[in-house]
Design a protein around this ligand. Structure first.
Ligand SMILES: Nc1ncnc2c1ncn2[C@@H]1O[C@H](COP(=O)(O)OP(=O)(O)OP(=O)(O)O)[C@@H](O)[C@H]1O
Length: 609
């Protein structure tokens, strides 16, 4: 828990001490003035977080024992007596699909151009789908896609859906917030829905479940592995939506939360398992609890991170583990927005020979919907600069990235003591604190979130308008890859947003890569970085390397430009959402406008990566 260590409002959550001295009284007055000023500007009051007793940002509303873990969120419970068409459940439908804080596709103001490259090794050529209804999806899945409000597939989905439906291993790379999760979940779940009764493990009927006598071993058909707990819970949520009214039962397991509850969920049967690596290895060690003998799909999300040093044991066990189904009917997939060359090479080792590689845009690129600025701020000026930036922007959901946990606590306390509704998240917090912080950020009770890179990957919160890099990621710790993931928390799925980065002489190690990203995405280059502007744009991490593949000759490669300049791609109509709410402008009926989406005249650039 953060602690400013000074009197007055200081420690986040402790009320002002009335016996304070003059200095404290002055601070209390300043705070009261600030609170009034912020209220007038439209900000919520700050929420005092006492991380030991607060749930979801509502002080005193209950103890932690009242709060469900994200892993316990409701899933559709299939009754064996259902025929082919299972009934709707209004209450669950409301929770899954009509939550006002869910992300909605936005109407991108600028035309957005995709260059899609596809390399295919053997097999019949993949034909992209242009509409969900033409993709040959299972009817229940198609209805769930509609309930999600997805009106047309995103470019990565256009290619991934047919690739998976035709049984290929896939390595896919597309920009942040471009719908990669649904790109793999939709075809996988669709394929399974038709035959789940035949291939799923027997499980107790959940409507008459008796935990004393009915427990079963989890034998999932799908395993999704990702590096962070928050992301695992998010993928689980997507799964809960897409599995609605089907027999497919998703479960999530992740560290930090008690394993008992997660184990109990698995014991009721599990068809789709979403996991972080540590908890997964723990559970895999117990063959009575979990078996992978039925596994048909393994997905590695944020694959470059997962292939990075530190996860080798997990990856090795997943791909060559004891009882994992190693038959040819087991499909492997890897997804990420960034994919440095070394990780790409490693990824190939795990794939079938006829795997498909799909990339949208340059690997590791950012898209133009994010307005990026870099401003010079000396270290000791950062707090004031931060406050000024936030205040001048008015109330909007903002995420502030820092490099260290102690900085995270400090900046949280600073903003809190300034009278702003802020919360924070880093890896030293308990899982309960992490879930509480994220919940209050999602619900905009605390529209300001200070975080370390732990949340940079994958976090999908509606309506984040501004990402601030209080600290630039250092080249030693994630560097430009982390920058790309951080700023990708805004401007997701056709929405717009901005990213402001504080830069000073301590950040020279990232300057070159940063400038290239700015140039590539047509952003303004500040004077102090002008000397770094390259004459030609080359990415030395190999992301634009065309000659890495000894098998390139074998590639039956083709590509189709996806050009939304004519109003397609990321929806070109509907308004930009605003405020903290669900952020869904009534004009945008849920998303990507596909008309004019594929443009055969667009330059088809096909390259290996
Ligand atoms: N076809 C679609 N139409 C509208 N919204 C969509 C569509 N597909 C996915 N979405 C929504 O877009 C948001 C971003 O998707 P997702 O989190 O999968 O992005 P991502 O590409 O994995 O991003 P990142 O690289 O940052 O993890 C989600 O809220 C998802 O529900």
């Amino acid at each position: 828990m953060s602690d400013a260590g000074s009197a007055g409002f200081a420690a986040h959550g402790v009320p002002a001490d009335t016996a304070a001295d003059d200095a404290a009284a002055a601070r209390a007055k300043e705070l009261a003035d600030n609170l009034a000023k912020h209220k007038e500007a439209g900000w919520n009051d700050p929420i005092p977080f006492n991380y030991d007793s607060v749930m979801g940002g509502t002080q005193g509303a209950g103890s932690h024992s009242d709060v469900k873990w994200l892993a316990d969120a409701a899933v559709y419970e299939w009754d064996d007596e259902y025929g082919d068409v299972a009934p709707r459940i209004d209450e669950l439908e409301q929770v899954l699909f009509h939550d006002e804080h869910r992300m909605r596709a936005g109407g991108a103001i600028k035309a957005y151009t995709f260059e899609i490259e596809l390399n295919q090794f053997g097999g019949s050529k993949i034909q992209p789908v242009r509409e969900f209804k033409d993709a040959g999806l299972h009817p229940t899945l198609l209805e769930n896609v509609e309930l999600c409000g997805y009106s047309a597939p995103t470019p990565i989905q256009c290619y991934c859906i047919p690739a998976v439906l035709t049984g290929h291993d896939v390595v896919a790379c597309a920009q942040t917030g471009s719908g990669k999760t649904a790109a793999y979940l939709i075809p996988i779940l669709s394929k399974l829905m038709g035959k789940v009764k035949q291939i799923a493990a027997p499980r107790p009927n959940p409507t008459r479940y008796n935990p004393m006598t009915d427990r079963t071993r989890a034998e999932p058909l799908v395993l999704v592995v990702c590096p962070t707990r928050e992301l695992a819970c998010q993928i689980f949520d997507d799964c809960r939506r897409l599995c609605y009214r089907s027999m497919l039962r998703p479960c999530v397991i992740y560290g930090g939360a008690p394993s008992k509850g997660q184990r109990e969920q698995l014991e009721m049967g599990c068809d789709i398992l979403i996991a972080t690596p540590g908890r997964l290895l723990d559970f895999m060690a117990n063959p009575v609890l979990l078996s992978f003998s039925r596994l048909k799909f393994t997905v590695i999300d944020e694959a470059d991170e997962m292939l990075d040093a530190g996860w080798e044991e997990t990856m090795e066990k997943l791909f060559n583990g004891s009882d994992t189904n190693t038959d040819a009917d087991h499909t492997y997939m890897m997804f990420s927005a960034t994919f440095p060359k070394a990780a790409r090479k490693l990824a190939r080792d795990y794939m079938e020979e006829d795997f498909v590689r799909i990339k949208v845009g340059r690997v590791g690129s950012t898209h133009e919907n994010i307005k990026q600025s870099v401003v010079w701020v000396d270290e000791r000026e950062k707090n004031q600069a931060l406050y000024d930036l936030i205040y001048s922007g008015g109330p909007q959901r903002t995420i502030i990235f820092v490099n260290r946990k102690d900085t995270c606590d400090r900046v949280d306390d600073f903003l809190y003591n300034k009278g702003l509704p802020v919360t924070s998240l880093h890896s030293d917090r308990t899982q309960r604190e992490r879930e509480d912080a994220l919940r209050s950020f999602r619900q905009a009770k605390c529209p300001l979130l200070v975080a370390t890179g732990v949340t940079a990957r994958g976090l999908d919160v509606a309506n984040i308008k501004h990402v601030i890099n209080y600290d630039m990621p250092s080249a030693m710790h994630g560097g430009i890859t982390e920058y790309v993931h951080r700023i990708g928390r805004t401007a997701r799925i056709g929405n717009e947003g901005k990213a402001t980065s504080f830069y000073n002489d301590r950040n020279e190690d990232i300057a070159e890569d940063l400038v290239k990203i700015l140039v590539e995405s047509k952003q303004e280059i500040p004077d102090f970085l002008q000397e770094k502007v390259p004459e030609t744009l080359e990415f030395h991490d190999g992301t634009d390397d065309e000659d890495e593949d000894e098998t390139e000759d074998a590639a039956a490669a083709f590509g189709t430009g996806f050009d939304s300049g004519a109003g397609g791609g990321f929806g070109a109509e509907g308004g930009e959402s605003s405020g903290f709410g669900g952020g869904f402008d009534a004009g945008a009926s849920g998303g990507f406008q596909a008309e004019g989406g594929f443009n055969a005249d667009t330059e088809n650039k096909v390259a290996s990566w």
